[in-house]
Write a protein that binds this ligand. Sequence first.
Ligand code: XMP
Length: 520
Amino acid sequence: MPATRNTSFDDLFYQPADRFFPANSNIGLTFDDITLATLYSEILPRDTQLDIALTDGLQLNIPVISSDMDTVTESRMAIAMALNGALGLIHYNIPEREQLSEVSRVKNHIHGLIQEPIKVSPEQFIGDVLALIEQKKFGFSTFPVVDERGKLLGLLSGHVVKPRYAKRKIADALTPRSQVHTISQKEISKDAITRADKFFNEHPGIHKMLVVDDKDYLRGLFTMSDVERITQERNAQFKPARDVHFRLVCGAAVSATRNAFGELDRERILNHVVALVERGVDVIAVSTAHGHSKGVGDTVKVLRDAFPKLPLIAGNVTSAAGVEYLADCGANAIKVGQGPGSICTTRIVAGVGIPQITALYVCSVAAAKKKVSILADGGITKSGDIVKALTLAQAVICGGIFAGCTEAPGDVMEIGGKLYKHYRGMGSLAAMKSGSAARYGHEKNPAQKVAPEGVEALKEACGPVDRVLAQLIGGIQSGMGYLGAANLAQLRDQARYIRVSPAGMREAAPHDVVELKTGN
Ligand code: XMP
């Protein structure tokens, strides 16, 4: 039997949360102020489980949420997050009807379906198609042929897209509709990939499955190579996060909106959430900078009364009393974080906020009593921060880490040979002017007097979310392996902490070397 823990001596230095944090109650600590001690382990990182039930009816396969910010989460990001087993919260800095469409896009997303395939018309010449392939650098040469309204007329096969036939009209070279195998939109609603896989098995030599509606209008296509890739991914450890109808999960944020008289606009909030629920939203986040407030509590109560079972997130708070208040109002998961965010200036502007790891401990104690989850929101810059956060919280919410991703809203810009994307605080003046002022308790069109609590910034473009999440997950699993934790509950139970000196902090990063490649 191996010595699993030398309690008497190690515990003098490395303390569990309930001893460590009270012993440091006179100082606000954040991620870099602490480190976790290793424990005897039989757990390999790759065998760790990262699934978490945030509340009844909201299960994630990895404990990561993309922040409800207008430079982070719209449908593209939320789709990418859910496909990786995580969750995206669609921001509310857009007109309500647009937010509804964003949620619909996530809920109606069919993995692998190319919804807007490149089509050609019967009047074009094969030469036009060859020029298009050359210009756009397409790696394929088979195209659906449609009329001007999108009705399917046939398929232009790659066999005839050759310079020899350049002068031929597509109408004379296409495989006619009667000979093209298609599948009805209705048939793919449940498990599209399994259906597409079956289609390709049944039709050897056909590499594209065209999807049509009842009136024979083209509604998309699947390619065999995409389907094969996705089928392989299904064996991956972390499955997409889906609802009971096999649709991707999606969250949406709302604010405690007030009417012209400054009163909570219960009717408007309720109507909007009713519409979000009709679109299939899985969780609503009442997102504000100060969650321990009457407006937020009343909003949560209104929603809880109307939807007894709808998962509700609310925040942000940094005190045990704040957690208890929102839990009593009906929230299931509570966002913790005031001022830790990479674009936040709340602590500088308002002089308010608590360093994040201390805030997480204080809130975690109240959350355990109230049987609600807490979400560590803001300040996460590396996977090690996530491991530390998950010793106290059920999941993390990240903005900056995802803002440079391809799927984040906004265009890539080049500055000095490097690629960047915009990232701004929801309390920045520009974001508040676009609608997020309510989050900070201000009017929608803030006058000059309003003090912004966030900055506008740039993040280096960092490629697709899949890649960023793979790095983060690798780090989380590695941390769990070091602590001998097979799952997130064990990570919370087993964590032991020690404070780090400034020299210890420096020691933790690469030092005394000329770095050739960064860790990422
Ligand atoms: P990270 O560190 O992931 O933080 O970039 C994202 C979180 O920061 C919060 N947030 C703000 N906080 N002023 C603030 O004080 C702001 O303008 C602001 N905008 C976002 C929010 O909780 C987000 O998830």
